[in-house]
Design a protein around this ligand. Structure first.
Ligand code: DC
Length: 636
């Protein structure tokens, strides 16, 4: 369950969003097939792109990821992929599933491909048939044309193939991406109107950036020469589908949101979502390297075909109640076969919170209204979860029944959503207290909370709780994804000095030597930090403020805190205080503390630093009353 806090002030923010999933998965392939080493920047690391990276690695491609920099280096194979020793596992990723089929055929030896239940239900008939015509052999290990299957590229060559335009554009993109490494030219003829053409155009644009020779003499025809690819330094745009949520939020809020890394020349079809917002009455500002939406007085309804930008249907449906007339969405029947039955999901969930919404022949219509509070079922569909989070910004009492699904394409979605709330958060009575281990922060923060009549939050205990659960489940702390999902799934509650995790008293175990030794590594995990930050902000919003103590409260969690304090003391003093508390020797404590400080201050994600605007106080030799009264005066 996740409560969505409404915004209390219109936003005025610049956001940097994760890279486009669609472009990332295409550029990973062009890089993998190229001659030479490619550098990709702006890469999205999410479940879907990790699935692609994993499959490429299994086919012998060397990929060096730098997650903190959102970049990867791909050592190109010149088109010679190696036979994998294991099954290619595409997980839940549609693009990975489709794109890997022709890639696996390039291997020219047996390759087994399989994936999650959701993917097993999605057929690849026309793509498989086309590959068979081109000379590959496919054996279906389950139902025909579905995964698991075994493919062998054997006699794969080029030639002319026909594909129905009504089939998934991913089939066409899949063939296009592999085609430069076929032995002969490939000509694809499309029968009928091609759906989701913008995605095929995007494929062609990425291929050209890696010097593929692809011609498109008419709407119905693509020819690809067998020239291979050349390596490239390629910068991936921010994800336009992900940006749609924030554009929509700006339009409803009356504020302004600028999205960086996405410009008027974008190769992503979904930026056309902006045209709809414009038609509804929002202002759109387009420049080469950013796009912005300014919400004006009110939004009117629209009647639009969204066949080509269907990923943004949930976004539009979720803000539709706030328009002054009905919003009609056409030509999207096929989205009922996405991660969830999206039309059904949208109608059911909107109706449950008191909004009139109905299916039409090819889509849905949503009527104006004020949504009521309620629990939204997300169907484990990332786009349903993100769309209703935007609705929740303007409705009190919206809760998502599950929200982890956003990690499919946008792992830090809720963290970015908090930036939209930043203007309102600046009004909270937040006292941020940071500093190294044993600096006396906790004692001081508790004392100050009493003096100021505010609640107190020990954020270190939250990281400690995650570490304790990870240790108790014997997890490998290097498995960042698994440890982060613990952070997401456990319930941490404070009662006085006691800490309860899933209703169990953890107060002692989180202070034990095992947790002391493990907590810095757990706290350096970006997935864990993202969840903790979100919970800490929500905690303060619920109370109108509070005294929060930790390492990154003033620098990252609440950069707009009313007062930020950074507490230090000499290592000797800190060790002496801890020794009095715990009974351990001063030497042992000094060693453990300094070790932890080094790890906490050198990690990449929100390291321990004194924020520029923080008041730095050395408490060595000072009494708690002295320090506290000084801070109280500054705070009030
Ligand atoms: O305050 P403490 O010693 O209980 O914190 C335990 C660990 O948690 C500490 O080594 C660093 C980490 N931590 C953090 O990274 N960010 C916070 N806001 C609080 C604690």
């Amino acid at each position: 369950m996740l409560r969505i806090d409404p915004i209390v002030e219109p936003p005025d923010v610049r956001l940097s969003l994760p890279g486009s999933k669609s472009i990332t998965n295409r550029a990973l392939i062009t890089g993998a097939l190229a001659n030479g080493k490619s550098e990709l920047s702006g890469v999205l690391f999410s479940e879907d792109t990790l699935a692609m990276i994993d499959c490429l690695e299994k086919m012998g491609v060397e990929i060096i990821s730098e997650r903190d920099n959102s970049s990867v280096t791909v050592i190109g194979t010149g088109g010679s992929l190696k036979p994998p020793t294991e099954t290619l596992w595409v997980n839940q990723s549609g693009t990975t599933a489709r794109f890997c089929l022709p890639l696996a055929a390039l291997v020219r030896s047996d390759v087994v491909i399989d994936g999650d239940e959701q993917i097993k239900g999605r057929p690849h008939k026309q793509l498989c048939e086309t590959l068979e015509i081109l000379g590959a052999e496919i054996e279906y290990l389950g139902a025909p044309y579905t995964f698991p299957l075994r493919i062998n590229g054997k006699e794969l060559k080029g030639g002319k193939v026909n594909l129905g335009g009504e089939v998934s554009s991913q089939f066409i993109s899949a063939l296009l991406l592999a085609a430069p490494c076929f032995p002969e030219e490939l000509e694809i003829n499309i029968d009928g109107e091609l759906v989701s053409r913008p995605y095929v155009d995007m494929t062609a644009a990425v291929m050209r950036a890696f010097e593929a020779n692809i011609s498109h003499p008419s709407d119905q025809k693509y020819s690809i020469s067998p020239t291979g690819y050349q390596s490239s330094e390629y910068s991936i745009e921010a994800d336009a589908s992900a940006a749609s949520y924030f554009f929509a939020a700006a339009a409803v809020s009356g504020g302004k949101i600028v999205v960086e890394g996405l410009g008027s020349q974008s190769i992503q079809g979904d930026i056309r979502f902006l045209n709809i917002l414009e038609e509804m009455g929002a202002q759109v500002i387009r420049s080469e390297d950013s796009l912005a939406v300014v919400g004006l007085d009110s939004l009117s309804g629209v009647d639009v075909s969204m066949a080509e930008i269907s990923d943004t249907v949930p976004t539009l449906a979720a803000i539709a109640p706030f328009a002054s007339s009905p919003v009609t969405i056409r030509d999207v029947t096929f989205i009922s076969g996405k991660e969830s039955d999206r039309i059904g999901a949208l109608i059911t969930e909107l109706t449950n919170i008191g909004i009139r919404a109905e299916t039409t022949e090819t889509g849905l219509v949503v009527h104006p209204g004020a949504p009521q509070e309620g629990i939204i079922h997300t169907y484990d569909d990332h786009r349903i979860a993100m769309a209703f989070s935007i609705l929740g910004l303007f409705t009190s009492g919206i809760t998502l029944d599950s929200h982890r699904c956003v990690t499919k394409t946008f792992p830090n979605f809720f963290d970015v959503l908090d930036q939209v709330r930043a203007a309102g958060d600046a009004r909270l009575r937040v006292l941020a207290i940071d500093g190294p281990a044993g600096s006396g922060k906790s004692t001081l923060a508790k004392y100050l909370a009493r003096q100021l009549n505010l609640d107190y939050l020990d954020t270190g205990a939250m990281y400690r709780s995650v570490a304790a659960v990870a240790l108790s489940e014997d997890l490998d702390l290097n498995d960042e994804g698994k440890v982060a999902s613990i952070a997401e799934s456990i319930d941490i509650q404070f009662e006085g000095d006691k800490v309860y995790v899933d209703n169990e008293d953890f107060s002692e175990v989180i202070r034990g030597p095992e947790v002391n030794a493990a907590v810095s590594q757990v706290a350096a995990n970006p997935g864990v930090r993202s969840v903790m930050r979100r919970q800490q902000r929500a905690w303060a919003r619920l109370r109108g403020g509070g005294v929060l103590e930790g390492r990154d409260i003033g620098s990252v969690v609440f950069p707009q805190a009313r007062l930020k304090v950074y507490i230090t003391a000499t290592p000797e003093e800190r060790a002496r205080r801890r020794s009095l508390e715990t009974g351990q020797t001063v030497e042992d404590i000094t060693k453990e503390m300094l070790n932890r400080d080094t790890k906490d201050s050198t990690r990449d994600d929100s390291p321990l630093v004194a924020d520029q605007a923080a008041v730095v106080i050395d408490t060595t030799g000072k009494t708690i009353e002295e320090t506290s009264s000084y801070i109280e005066e500054l705070f009030l």
